[in-house]
Design a protein around this ligand. Structure first.
Ligand code: ADP
Ligand code: MG
Length: 394
């Protein structure tokens, strides 16, 4: 795999870069979003070295049934041109059409504009079909391709996968950071790291994760996390279970859970996992209206004590229904315990990363904590799956 850092500056100057990023973010969260902050260094580097940049992204799940007007209103990327422009302190031209010939002429002709943002690629049916024709049309707009959309790299989409067949392709800075940090907790290091050109960059990832290795798992759906649990069954020392997924384990033990959330189809998996002594379940709960909504104070203490001794940590999934402040205490206790520890920690998942980002000052100062921008992509990577977007860069 080639990284943007491997690309010589002469090959950047005067060329046009197609940069795939993930702007699939709620507008109100965009300002402090790690997904926005994470791609700024890549864009700045390309511009500084004299490239023009055409930014590509998808947003949401536009539905084919509703009217075009509604689609554009709800899923346009237009506002992100302003958001990025502000963050970069540079003008960004938003392109609201897919008339590729015209767009190419406009980019080539322009002497003043050098950053463009193309409209939501999911407005084109070819994007999610990994359509070669669309990939070729996109590729035709530039001279080289950079993927900085780790969070979209578990999708087999035209702007993530097929496009690499038509252009020299590189992993951007954010993608590199994700791969380096996430492969650090994989033992043996994730397969994709073996193909890396620069051996110096590889060294860190070749070390095995230190023990005790503690994985904290919460959130809503256990089915999303089965791959991760299975992949780390041997490597990890403890799985601290909280959130909705704990309820599945309670059910598997034949215990009542009232009206709490659970997933019926995974009870079998939970039963099997109960035999594993590494699985630690809550000892008390916060309950309201017959629903378990958070872990209780004794569990917070138990989990914090285990986290304190950890030398490697992964955290995915809130410990409770944190959107209601009264049930955010369990997750806050976990945040506190992780921030106190000097261990290498990976924090990720859509909700978990947002929750953690509410303390931006603290975690920015702590280089031992890596907050992944990949929600589903991170879970798949940590499950040991090959992400199509990363595979396509090889
Ligand atoms: P992530 O996006 O970080 O991977 P998930 O999507 O798996 O996390 O889960 C996050 C959601 O789980 C949150 O919206 C939270 O409210 C919910 N959740 C966690 N625990 C509970 C609970 N006990 N009851 C209801 N919802 C819960
Ligand atoms: Mg989520």
């Amino acid at each position: 795999m080639k990284f943007l850092t491997d690309l010589s500056k002469e090959k950047i100057f005067g060329r046009t870069c197609l940069l795939r990023v993930d702007l699939n973010i709620a507008e109100k969260e965009a300002k402090n979003s790690p997904r926005i902050l994470g791609i700024l260094p890549t864009i700045k580097f390309l511009i500084k070295n004299g490239a023009k940049v055409v930014i590509l992204s998808h947003r949401g799940r536009p539905q084919k049934i509703s009217s075009i007007k509604y689609q554009v209103l709800s899923y346009t990327l237009k506002s992100f041109a302003k958001i990025l422009s502000k963050a970069l302190n540079q003008k960004i031209k938003f392109i609201d059409n897919f008339n590729f010939q015209k767009i190419k002429e406009e980019i080539n002709k322009s002497k003043t504009e050098n950053i463009y943002l193309l409209e939501n690629l999911r407005f084109l049916s070819g994007e999610e079909k990994n359509d070669k024709k669309l990939a070729k049309q996109l590729a035709n707009l530039g001279d080289f391709y950079v993927n900085d959309a780790f969070a979209a790299s578990h999708r087999v989409n035209a702007s993530v996968s097929a496009i690499t067949k038509f252009l020299p392709s590189y992993a951007g800075f954010l993608m590199e950071k994700e791969i380096k940090n996430l492969s650090f907790v994989m033992d043996p290091p994730h397969k994709f790291m073996w193909g890396v050109k620069n051996p110096r960059r590889r060294r860190g990832s070749l070390k095995a994760a230190k023990k005790p290795f503690v994985i904290i798992l919460g959130g809503a759906k256990i089915s999303d996390k089965i791959g991760l649990i299975e992949n780390f069954q041997k490597k990890a020392d403890y799985f601290l279970i909280g959130g909705g997924i704990a309820h599945n384990f309670l059910l598997a033990q034949g215990l009542p859970i009232g009206d709490s959330i659970f997933e019926e189809k995974t009870i079998g998996f939970a039963k099997k996992m109960l035999k594993n002594k590494k699985i630690i379940l809550p000892v008390d709960y916060a309950i309201k209206n017959r629903k378990i909504l958070d872990i209780g104070p004794n569990t917070m203490k138990l989990y914090s004590d285990i986290i304190r001794k950890a030398k490697t940590i992964i955290w995915n999934g809130p410990m409770g229904y944190f959107e209601d402040k009264r049930f955010a205490k369990g997750s806050e206790a976990i945040i506190k315990a992780i921030l106190k520890n000097k261990a290498f920690s990976v924090v990720g998942g859509g909700e978990t990363a947002t929750l953690f980002s509410l303390k931006p000052k603290t975690y920015n100062l702590k280089p031992n904590i890596f907050v992944s921008t990949g929600g589903g992509a991170m879970l798949e990577y940590l499950a040991g799956k090959k992400l199509p977007g990363i595979k396509a860069l090889k």
